[in-house]
Design a protein around this ligand. Structure first.
Ligand code: ARG
Length: 461
C-alpha cells in the first residue's frame, strides 16, 4: 500500500504488514455506502463554508470534485483501490486527486468515527424505503387471498392436531396482523431511531471549530443532531433496532414458510404453489419442491444471528469508538440483503398460491372438529362444561372405534355416553365456524369485520 492512500500515515514510520491490512480493511463491505458517504461530505463541506471554516473557493472545488466522484462511481469509472482502507478513504483520496489541497481540507472538523456512524444511518434509511414497499406488497397479496377465501374452511390446529375449523381468510389475516406489527417496528426505526445525526461528534469529544451541526443534520434529512459526542460514535442502537425488527419479521415469515411446506405436501394437499416458486429434483421426476417456502423458513436463523451478532459486538465495548464497531456493517448489510431477497419472494409465492378449498373442507369434516361445538350445545342446555366435555369425549371415542363421524352417531351411542334424548346440532365445519361470533373469532361476520379493519389499516400505510 502506498503511503498516499492512508489517512493516518504521519504517526507511523513503517507500514502495516499485509496480514493486518487485510484484516483491517473494510472497503469490500462498506463500498456500497459510497453515495451516502459522498452526500455526507457534501453536507459537511457546505456547512464548513457557511460557517467560515473553509474558504468558499475550496468548498466549491471540493463539492465539484465530490460530484465528479459520484458520477464516476455511478458509471463504474472509479473503482477504489484494494489499498483504500475503507470507503471514506477511497472517496477522500479521489477527491484530493481531483481537487488537490482543497480536497485535503475536506476532513476538517470531522472524524471517520462520526462520518461512518452517519453513513450507515443514511444507508439504512434508504434501504427502508424499498423494504417497506416490499412488505406492503406481501401484505396486499395476503389480503387478496383472504378476500378470495372468506368462505373456505380449513382445520385450525393446536399441537399440529386438528382442533377447530377456521376460515382460511382468518388464518391468512393472522399473518397480516403479525406483519402489520413488523411494519410498525420498522416505521419506528425510520421515524425515531434514524432521526438523530451523529455528524459533528468528531472522533469522540466533539469538534473545536464553530460548526453548525443542526445545519448538516437538516441537510441530510435528520430531525436534529445527537446530544452527546461519545454516544454518537459509540452507539449502534438504530442498527440494533432495525435488526431486532427484521429478526421478528423473519420469525413470522419462517412460520408462514413452514405452513406452506406442510400444506403443499401430498399429505395435506391444502395448497398448490406456483411452478415459479418451486423446483424439481434432479433424480426424482415427480418432485415439486417448495424451496421458496423452505428458504423463508430458514432465513429467520440468519436474521436472528445478525441481531445477536451486532449486539454481541457492541456489548462490553468501552466508550467510545472501537474498531470492533466496523463489524456492524457485516450484520446490517447481511440483514438488508436477506430481507431484500426474502420479502419479494414470499410476496410472489403468496400471491400465486392456489389454495384447495375441497381438500381443506374434507380435512375439517374427517376429524372431530365439531366436538367442542357439541359440548357448547350441552352447556347451553344447562350442563356444566366439564361434564359436557367428558360426555362428548366418550362419544368421540366410540365414534373413533367405529370409524364414523360425529354426524353418524346412533341413539344408542348417545345414550351410552349419557346423552340420551339430546339432538346434536349440525356438526358441519361451517356451523362450527359460524358459532364463533365473539370479537376476533372466525364467524363470517367477524372475519369480514376483521378484513375491513385490516384493509383500513393497510390502506393508511
Ligand atoms: N472503517 C471504519 C468503520 O467502519 C471507519 C472508522 C474508522 N475510524 C478509525 N479511527 N479507525 O468503523
Amino acid at each position: 500500500m502506498s503511503g498516499g492512500t492512508r489517512l493516518w500515515g504521519g504517526r507511523f514510520s513503517g507500514g502495516p504488514v499485509e496480514a493486518f491490512d487485510r484484516l483491517n480493511a473494510s472497503l469490500a463491505t462498506d463500498q456500497r455506502m459510497w453515495a451516502q458517504d459522498i452526500a455526507g461530505s457534501v453536507a459537511h463541506v457546505s456547512m464548513l463554508v457557511t460557517c467560515g471554516i473553509l474558504p468558499g473557493e475550496d468548498g466549491e472545488a471540493v463539492i465539484r470534485a465530490l460530484a465528479q466522484v459520484h458520477q464516476e462511481f455511478a458509471t463504474d469509472q472509479f473503482t477504489p483501490a484494494a489499498s483504500d482502507e475503507d470507503i471514506h478513504t477511497a472517496v477522500e483520496r479521489r477527491v484530493t486527486e481531483i481537487a488537490g489541497d482543497a480536497g485535503a481540507r475536506m476532513h476538517t472538523a470531522r472524524s471517520r468515527n462520526d462520518q461512518v456512524a452517519t453513513d450507515v444511518l443514511l444507508y439504512l434509511r434508504e434501504a427502508l424505503v424499498g423494504q417497506l414497499a416490499g412488505l406492503r406488497r406481501l401484505v396486499d397479496a395476503l389480503l387478496e387471498q383472504a378476500r378470495q377465501h372468506v368462505d373456505t374452511l380449513v382445520p385450525g390446529y393446536t399441537h399440529l392436531q386438528r382442533a377447530q375449523p377456521v376460515r382460511l381468510a382468518h388464518h391468512l389475516l393472522a399473518y397480516v396482523w403479525m406483519l402489520a406489527r413488523d411494519r410498525a417496528r420498522l416505521v419506528q426505526v425510520r421515524d425515531v431511531s434514524l432521526m438523530e445525526c451523529p455528524l459533528g461528534a468528531g472522533a469522540l469529544s466533539g469538534v473545536g471549530f464553530p460548526i453548525d451541526r443542526a445545519r448538516t443534520a437538516t441537510a441530510l434529512g435528520f430531525a436534529r443532531p445527537t446530544r452527546n459526542s461519545l454516544d454518537s460514535v459509540a452507539s449502534r442502537d438504530a442498527l440494533a433496532d432495525y435488526l431486532h425488527a427484521v429478526a421478528t419479521l423473519g420469525v413470522h415469515l419462517s412460520r408462514m414458510g413452514e405452513e406452506l411446506v406442510l400444506w403443499s405436501s401430498e399429505e395435506f394437499g391444502f395448497v398448490v404453489l406456483s411452478d415459479g416458486f418451486t423446483s424439481g429434483s434432479s433424480m426424482l421426476p415427480q418432485k415439486k419442491n417448495p424451496d421458496a417456502a423452505e428458504l423463508a423458513r430458514a432465513k429467520a436463523a440468519r436474521l436472528i444471528g445478525d441481531y445477536a451478532g451486532l449486539q454481541n459486538v457492541v456489548a462490553k465495548l468501552p466508550l467510545a469508538y472501537n474498531k470492533d464497531l466496523q463489524e456492524d456493517k457485516h450484520y446490517l448489510f447481511d440483514a438488508v440483503d436477506t430481507i431484500d431477497l426474502l420479502v419479494p419472494a414470499v410476496g410472489g409465492m403468496v400471491m400465486t398460491a392456489r389454495f384447495q378449498p375441497e381438500r381443506m373442507l374434507q380435512a375439517c369434516e374427517a376429524g372431530y372438529l365439531a366436538a367442542t361445538d357439541l359440548a357448547d350445545h350441552l352447556v347451553r342446555l344447562g350442563w356444566p362444561f366439564r361434564r359436557a366435555h367428558e360426555a362428548v369425549g366418550q362419544l368421540v371415542r366410540s365414534c373413533a372405534e367405529r370409524g364414523v363421524g360425529l354426524g353418524d352417531v346412533s341413539p344408542a351411542e348417545l345414550a351410552a355416553a349419557g346423552l340420551a334424548g339430546i339432538t346434536p346440532p349440525p356438526v358441519t365445519a361451517e356451523a362450527s365456524a359460524e358459532a364463533k361470533v365473539a370479537e376476533g373469532g372466525t364467524s363470517r361476520e367477524r372475519v369480514l369485520e376483521q378484513l375491513a379493519a385490516a384493509e383500513a389499516e393497510v390502506g393508511a400505510w
